[in-house]
Design a protein around this ligand. Structure first.
Ligand code: NI
Length: 324
């Protein structure tokens, strides 16, 4: 009898070992899961058969399953509730930021479409982008009048600290289809600044321009063309492309209308981005020659945005562009 019990015990032990081995395989293999499942249900059926009443067993099983389910669900729900309480403010802020960014992008697309409908650019004809830095100044209006007279547009890279004082001039730029972008707040060499200070120079200027034109610029020109890794990284973070130039008039140095005009007319080609400064009266004097001369030579006077579009260039944040 004792021997028989020992033998029975041994058989049961082997069976348990097999069953757990099968469980381990089941976890590792899909087909084994099915096998494991059918073994489990066989066991349940056997257990059910040996129970006093099948109905009672089924009812107990059902109650147990239901209690487990409701426990699981209440567990999930309480976790969700805790998470949502913790994250509610972050989610709300993120949604608001997304909406604001979406609104700004949508507004920009509408304004860009309006400009494209108003100012026709022929992509098959030569074009140049005149750009004016460091202003606005008292001579900027003269340049705007010339542009209007010759049905041209230009790009003004303004200093943030001049925007409020010259808001009327900036509105006029916008009205004439000219492009307005920043040139830092107060002409600091950005490569000498911390990332936080670079960020402030750029975003404060972009915000000031947006306050006047209703449109946030997505490109800027760094003072002295100064760029390094930090400046590029901040530009990228702020969604700002970087504008350079391909033709430097050195107008700040020559201060002579004929010399400046000669520099432009001898160096210009299709796609040129021409660097000038509208704070010098000699530059405005030069434009009285240069603007009609460029038009006569067959150049369309376009903004940087129009130039990029016509040449199929899509400016990316943190990247620099010097010609079309
Ligand atoms: Ni400058």
């Amino acid at each position: 009898m004792v021997l028989a019990l020992v033998i029975l015990y041994s058989i049961e032990a082997v069976s348990v070992a097999e069953s757990s081995a099968s469980g381990a395989v089941a976890a590792a293999s899909g087909s084994a899961v099915q096998q494991g499942g059918s073994e489990a249900s066989d066991a349940a059926v056997k257990q059910g058969e040996s129970a006093a009443s099948d109905e009672q067993s089924i009812a107990e099983e059902q109650a147990w399953v239901e209690s487990m389910q409701s426990e699981d669900m209440s567990g999930d729900m309480s976790t969700l509730a805790e998470d949502s309480v913790i994250a509610a403010d972050e989610v709300r802020a993120s949604l608001q930021a997304q909406k604001a960014a979406g609104d700004a992008a949508a507004l920009k697309a509408v304004k860009k479409a309006e400009r494209a409908a108003t100012y026709k650019v022929d992509p098959d004809k030569p074009m140049v982008a005149l750009t004016f830095d460091d202003g606005p100044g008292k001579d900027t209006k003269r340049i705007l009048k010339l542009l209007k007279k010759y049905k041209g547009r230009a790009t003004f890279c303004v200093l943030g600290n001049r925007v409020e004082q010259y808001s009327g001039t900036i509105k006029q730029m916008n009205k004439q289809g000219c492009q307005v972008m920043g040139h830092s707040w107060d002409h600091k060499l950005l490569t000498k600044l911390s990332k936080a200070k670079i960020e402030k120079q750029l975003s404060r200027t972009a915000d000031a321009i947006e306050d006047v034109t209703g449109e946030k610029p997505d490109m800027y020109r760094p003072p002295y063309g100064g760029l390094n890794k930090n400046v590029k990284a901040v530009s990228k973070e702020l969604g700002q492309s970087i504008l350079m130039w391909s033709l430097d008039t050195l107008d700040w140095k020559y201060r002579n209308a004929n010399t400046i005009n000669g520099k432009v007319m001898s160096g210009v080609r299709d796609g040129s981005i021409i660097l000038c400064h509208d704070i010098h009266s000699t530059t405005a004097d030069a434009m009285e020659k240069t603007i009609p001369a460029l038009v006569k030579a067959g150049y369309q006077l376009v903004t940087v945005e129009e130039l990029m579009d016509a040449k199929g260039i899509k400016p990316l944040p943190g990247k620099r562009y010097s010609q079309g």
